[in-house]
Design a binder for this molecule. Structure first.
Ligand code: ADP
Ligand code: ASP
Ligand code: MG
Length: 414
């Protein structure tokens, strides 16, 4: 009994029948005595369809107009859901992001929520209404509509849960929770009962699209208890929460793969102070997120530098690098045939066997590692794109994460 924020993703509201089912489920939660704020994504593949349609008419569309276009997807679903609830005799009202008081910065297509003014939502709740809010959007300081980046409805949900001090934020999706790997790729993946914010944050930013990584950042920052569960079944889901000590017993919680990465290599850079700074200054200025970085100095006073960027930022990165390189200077190579495969777990802190087991497993499968990066709780490697799933399945098995494997191998040794 309390205030619940529920979010339903695109596949949960893909058609009229799905929307009806979601409406019935929301009503059930209200009848159990809860106040409800519900966030919905665009129906099915609407966002992809809108992007494709825009590209047909303009190969490099303006970000502002893309936001104008993409935000319509969520407006359709909030209105449809409100209508479905009305048809069931419930009181419900649909709101766009701006109407719901969601204010963002001005960076179109990847806007960040800056503040939320929840007064209008509270007004509707006090009238006994179910409040349906369009995910993935807000209002910029210039009074334009902005979207929050792909998967952004998760972030709307968590940010609203924090602003409203909701009792729980439930993310309903098309799988039963967070798994030890993408259950569509690794058939033996295990549903996790709980996962620490930090682990979820790594998995989400390393390719497990079940939650947008920014939503996990918000959840951690504001202490929002998140629950990921299926909109198609009543099975218990996964709790994403603050780490508890026993979580450290499990060395590796999950594996993930991100195929939307590209590798840039600059060969023959001057091997002296300032060379790398010059390159990354440009990239930082353009707001491009760099992930893995490897530099090798060669004997002739020259260095090779490789780094990865999200594929979406590749063209901008390529242009920036070309503008930096003088004729006869370093050479530039781009490789999009790569994927990043990662193993994640808070239990690997201070534990040295994980890197070895990761590299050995990949070696046994003949999978070559092109780059490596580590943090306290993850190891990521770059491999050829076609080998990403094979690598993920092999690592999943090597760390004994399978449903049938029992937990022993994933546990810390001593
Ligand atoms: P929604 O439309 O509900 O936001 P998404 O497609 O964004 O759903 O995210 C759910 C999908 O995330 C699942 O269908 C699944 O294939 C994928 N996924 C990737 N990694 C994981 C994981 N570790 N656990 C659960 N799902 C995962
Ligand atoms: N509809 C948006 C997308 O497809 C936002 C979301 O689904 O969370 O990315
Ligand atoms: Mg999603």
């Amino acid at each position: 009994m309390g205030l619940l924020v529920q979010k339903f993703g695109g596949s949960s509201v893909a058609d009229v029948a799905c929307i009806r089912r979601v409406a019935a489920r929301i009503l059930e939660a209200q009848r159990a005595g809860n106040q409800l704020v519900v966030i919905v994504s665009a129906m099915g593949d609407t966002t992809d369809d809108l992007i494709r349609m825009a590209r047909e008419i303009n190969a490099s569309p303006s970000d502002r107009e893309m936001d104008m276009l993409m935000s319509t997807g969520e407006q359709v679903s909030v209105a449809m859901l409100a209508l479905a609830l009305h048809a069931l005799g419930a009181e419900a009202v649909s709101l766009t992001g701006p109407q719901a008081g969601i204010f963002t910065d001005a960076s179109h297509r990847k806007a960040k929520i800056q503040t939320i003014d929840p007064r209008r939502i509270w007004r509707h709740l006090k009238l006994g209404q179910i409040v349906i809010v369009a995910g993935f959007q807000g209002r910029t300081p210039g009074n334009d509509i902005a979207t929050l980046g792909r998967g952004g409805s998760d972030t709307t949900a968590v940010a609203l849960a924090a602003a409203l001090k909701a009792d729980r934020c439930q993310i309903f999706t098309d799988v039963e929770g967070v798994y030890s790997a993408d259950p569509r790729v690794v058939r033996d993946a295990r549903k996790l009962t709980e996962i620490a914010y930090d682990e979820m944050l790594e998995l989400a930013s390393l390719g497990a699209r079940v939650l947008m990584s920014r939503s996990v950042e918000y959840a951690k920052k504001y202490g929002v208890t998140l629950e990921v569960l299926s909109s198609f079944s009543k099975a218990p889901g996964t709790l994403v929460k603050e780490e508890v000590e026993s979580m450290e017993d499990i060395m590796v919680r999950g594996v993930s793969a991100d195929e939307d990465q590209a590798k840039i290599t600059l060969s023959g850079l001057p091997d002296r102070p300032g060379a790398a700074a010059r390159i990354f200054k440009e990239l930082a200025g353009a707001g491009i997120n760099i992930d893995m970085i490897v530099q090798n100095a060669s004997a002739r006073g020259l260095a090779d530098l490789s780094f990865t960027v999200p594929e979406d930022d590749l063209e901008r990165t390529r242009r920036l690098m070309k503008s930096l390189i003088k004729p006869g200077g370093p050479s530039l190579a781009v490789d999009t045939d790569i994927a990043k495969v990662s193993v994640v777990g808070v239990g690997m802190r201070g534990h040295s066997g994980v890197a070895f087991r990761t590299f050995k497993t990949l070696a046994e499968r003949g999978i070559n590692i092109q780059m490596i990066s580590t943090s306290e709780i993850k190891i990521s490697v770059i491999v050829k794109k076609a080998l990403a799933n094979k690598a993920m399945i092999a690592l999943h098995k090597a760390f004994k994460l399978d449903k049938s494997a029992g937990r022993a191998g994933g546990r810390r040794a001593g």
